[in-house]
Design a protein around this ligand. Structure first.
Ligand SMILES: [Zn+2]
Length: 81
């Protein structure tokens, strides 16, 4: 049982790391810098961690909201970027 939870957590971390890398890659292609990153999440208004703003230049959402948006759960709630 514990093994399953460990595996699920490892997978979740892997997916998160992959998503972060992909976001960073896209931001670099778009010529974004950390200065383009929002200080607060556009969805929930929570401060975005400085490490995330550096890692994902141009990011506008916190990790939680970004993951939610990418899974499509925000569809219909926000009017798009
Ligand atoms: Zn947020």
């Amino acid at each position: 049982m514990t093994d399953e939870i460990d595996r699920a957590q490892a997978l979740e971390e892997q997916l998160r790391a992959d998503a972060l890398r992909e976001q960073a890659r896209r931001a670099a292609l778009a010529g974004k810098t950390a200065a383009d990153s929002a200080a607060e999440c556009v969805d929930c208004g929570e401060p975005i961690a400085p490490a995330r703003r550096l890692a994902v230049p141009g990011c506008q959402r916190c990790v939680v909201c970004q993951a939610r948006a990418e899974r499509g759960l925000n569809r219909g709630l926000c009017d798009g970027d």
